[in-house]
Design a protein. Structure first.
Length: 332
């Protein structure tokens, strides 16, 4: 039994070490050391294993349980970025934003239009919109240039539009634009972001029990992850410049193709509020195509903007993503 406990203790210390390494994503960019970013993908598994072992030490009447429990306080914020239990704000919102990766409209253009129209949003930001010419009630589309991947619809006045990242449509890279929109006499900057995807398919990451085959699949996964992490670093720098130079409060919205506690999360969200962490309740998982919790859709805002609610709408399946619906109070 002592040998088993020793093995479990080594495992527990190893998981603790990896969790602390993951938090170095706030400081170490992927081009310097990309392996920390891999740990952010495995955070749900790591933190679950950590708490299971902590409970084991409690039932084993070991004092080390209290030490591991104390260390777990360092992971409260990383946990809240995945699962949160904010209390409901009893205030009537006056502004609604919907972000939705619609997967090229493959699940039906009319269904998507009907869904959006039923929500009566002020701003709708789409990712992977494809070449669909969406029509939403009382909402006009930003800009005449077609970007194919990101688009914005609003009932308010657009006073400026700029393309930040224009990828190659055929190779399906990153896309982003910004719109400065006047709302109730005040201007806000909306950045719609679609970071470069990893281009995985289920078959590529599904392990089948064949040791050699599974090992090769894992190698292929890493070969895709590392270069994409490095590309994300360059894309994040472009977006940060648009945020830092903005004369207006910012809404940063979209599909980041990155999970919480990653380099992308820390640096895109720097000096901004993660609206799920502020007012979200339950799980933030927004990508449901794999049987693994993945939160890759976000809404960040400047600190001056007051959030009221955050919802991942799991009532519909019109894409491999769930829509994210957020409300705010923009009263002066």
């Amino acid at each position: 039994m002592k040998i088993v406990r020793l093995i479990l203790l080594v495992m527990h210390l190893g998981i603790l070490f990896l969790l602390f390494c993951m938090q170095l994503n706030a400081y170490v960019p992927p081009k310097t050391f990309p392996w920390f970013n891999l740990l952010s993908l495995g955070f749900p598994v790591l933190i679950t294993g950590y708490f299971i072992l902590t409970v084991f030490w409690f039932f084993s009447w070991k004092k080390r349980a209290f030490i591991f429990l104390l260390f777990s306080l360092a992971f409260i914020n990383p946990i809240k970025r995945w699962v949160n239990f904010s209390s409901k704000i009893k205030e009537t919102p006056d502004f609604k934003v919907i972000s939705f990766n619609v997967k090229g409209g493959h699940f039906g253009k009319t269904n998507i239009e009907n869904y959006i129209n039923s929500k009566n949003a002020d701003i709708v930001l789409l990712q992977e919109d494809g070449e669909m010419d969406y029509k939403f009630d009382d909402l006009k589309k930003s800009d005449s240039k077609k970007m194919y991947i990101v688009s914005l619809f609003t009932r308010h006045k657009i006073i400026n539009h700029e393309i930040l990242i224009l990828g190659d449509y055929n190779s399906f890279n990153a896309y982003s634009d910004l719109n400065d929109i006047e709302i109730k006499g005040k201007t806000y900057r909306f950045i719609n972001l679609y970071l470069q995807p990893f281009k995985f398919e289920k078959q590529m990451i599904k392990l089948d029990g064949n040791s050699e085959g599974d090992q090769q699949k894992l190698k292929n996964v890493v070969k895709r992850l590392i270069p994409t992490f490095k590309s994300h670093q360059e894309q994040v720098e472009i977006i940060r410049k648009a945020i830092d130079n903005s004369p207006y409060p910012v809404f940063l919205v979209g599909d980041f193709n990155s999970v919480p506690n990653s380099y992308e999360y820390y640096h895109l969200g720097e000096d901004l509020k993660d609206i799920f962490v502020e007012v979200g309740c339950g799980s933030a998982t927004s990508f449901h195509d794999y049987k693994f919790p993945l939160r890759i859709d976000y809404v960040f805002t400047s600190s001056s903007i007051k959030p009221i609610s955050y919802q991942v709408d799991r009532s519909i399946r019109l894409s491999d993503h769930f829509p994210v619906i957020t409300t705010f109070s923009l009263e002066k």
